[in-house]
Design a protein around this ligand. Structure first.
Ligand code: HAM
Length: 421
């Protein structure tokens, strides 16, 4: 007996009709993105491991614990992409997009890979809808507000209204340095109360303590008083302008001083969108500014902001509201005996060439099981071809909605079908 193969943990097969649901989501999302003048970019699903280490940070969980590296004797040093931003920035630099346009508004839809412990809403292969707006001198509070607005518009177009937008600012790299000093100072007296991971995070990258899900760590974090003293007056003014632009767009938000995000590249505005019904993995999406990443990866100075939404979490949050609109066929050809199959097969070809969606039975069977097959195909019309019809040079056409039947000459079939559909 051969072994049965099974799906890798933390991944999912997406079968019809669920694939139709995914196609509908993608179609709606693309329309919104194009309304905001974002254009699609496609990059490989794997990149040099060093790119991710440099962009996301050696101390981030995504790099430290979750990077899925490709092992090959010939090619080493590659990893499956855990997110899209690093690849897009690599491509932006490599293709000199800064020389071609002052602001590149890019989007991507595709699979991402993280070696996480799978649970509801947390997969090893998941899909993101991502947006990156990158360009020299592209820092503007209006662009921050636009990008946040775009993320909310996508969710709204998909039917998700009950969500919370959380925002914060990290400021410049110098402000971040002040922020980390402030955190260390406030956490110092409580180190022993932190989990083992956080005790080492305290030394290596104190921001990561704020992302910890451990209950004791969360208690300690609750007691922090962060404020805005770590920000320069310019950074604070910028944050206030972003908030004013959000208010101008009628967007309500929650300010969260402990929102720092798990990836190292962020500067200034950061945000997260959560949905209450999702349980512990409640982030539908997140993003923020990363004004230094292009330069850090070897490009010229270009500011940037973006976000990514998780498609599986969107589908979980939509729950009952989701119904896949099932595909229908224009017609289904029923060949009632093997003698009729060749004619039906030729007709199938010419109908398809005329852009009529159709299918047929390849083996004859009882009328009852053939009608069941036609029903299942959800065709609007069924063309019946038995030996009688073949002799007379006609098809019997059944309208599946009304049940009406009529006879149509074979040579008129294309006009009849197009006229009636
Ligand atoms: P992120 O917060 O790591 O950010 O991921 C964004 C979203 O992807 C999450 O809010 C969640 O919906 C989804 N997601 C992440 N990990 C998983 C997982 N294991 N299973 C299911 N869904 C998941 C980023 O990836 C940044 N690149 C966002 C960004 C773009 N920032 C600036 N530009």
């Amino acid at each position: 007996m051969t072994n049965k193969y099974s799906l890798p943990r933390g991944t999912a097969d997406i079968l019809p009709p669920e694939t139709i649901l995914w196609q509908n989501i993608e179609q709606k999302v693309r329309k919104v993105l194009e309304n905001y003048n974002y254009r699609e970019i496609r990059t490989p699903v794997f990149e040099e491991t060093a790119l991710f280490k440099r962009s996301l940070g050696q101390t981030s969980d995504v790099v430290n614990k979750q990077l899925l590296e490709l092992v090959s004797t010939k090619e080493e040093g590659f990893a499956l992409r855990p997110e899209g931003t690093a690849s897009i920035v690599r491509s932006y630099i490599e293709n000199s997009l800064d020389k071609k346009e002052s602001l590149s508004k890019l989007y991507y839809i595709g699979p991402m890979f993280r070696g996480e412990r799978p649970q509801k809403g947390r997969l090893r292969q998941f899909h993101q809808i991502g947006v990156e707006a990158i360009g020299p001198d592209s820092t503007s509070p209006y662009l921050d507000a636009e990008v946040i607005h775009l993320s909310l518009s996508i969710l709204k177009a998909l039917g998700l209204g009950e969500i919370t937008l959380k925002i914060n600012t990290l400021g410049t790299p110098q402000d971040k340095e002040n922020f980390s000093k402030l955190l260390r100072k406030q956490l110092e007296g409580n180190i022993s109360k932190l989990c083992e991971d956080c005790q080492s995070r305290f030394e290596r990258n104190v921001f990561r303590v704020l992302d910890c899900k451990n209950r004791d760590c969360k208690e300690v974090i609750k007691g922090l008083s962060i404020g805005t003293s770590y920000l320069s007056p310019e950074s604070l003014a910028y944050y206030n302008q972003v908030k004013a632009a959000l208010t101008a767009l009628n967007i309500s938000y929650q300010e969260c001083p402990d929102l720092v995000r798990g990836l190292d590249y962020y500067t200034h505005t950061v945000f997260e969108i959560t949905s209450a019904g999702l349980g512990s993995q409640d982030a539908l999406g997140a993003g923020g500014r990363y004004n230094n990443l292009v330069e850090e990866l070897g490009g010229s100075k270009a500011d940037a902001i973006g976000f990514a939404l998780g498609i599986e979490r969107i589908i979980l949050a939509l729950g009952e509201k989701l119904t896949a609109e099932l595909q229908t066929l224009d017609c289904f050809l029923l060949s009632l005996s093997d003698k009729c199959t060749l004619k039906a097969f030729e007709t199938l070809k010419s109908l398809r060439e005329a852009n009529i969606s159709c299918d047929m039975n390849y083996r004859s069977a009882s009328m009852k099981s053939l009608m069941r097959l036609a029903d299942k195909s959800r065709a609007e019309k069924v063309l019946i071809l038995g030996e009688d019809e073949l002799q007379k040079g006609i098809f019997t056409v059944k309208n599946m909605k009304t049940g009406e039947q009529s006879e149509i000459k074979m040579e008129n079939i294309y006009q009849e079908i197009t006229k009636r559909i």
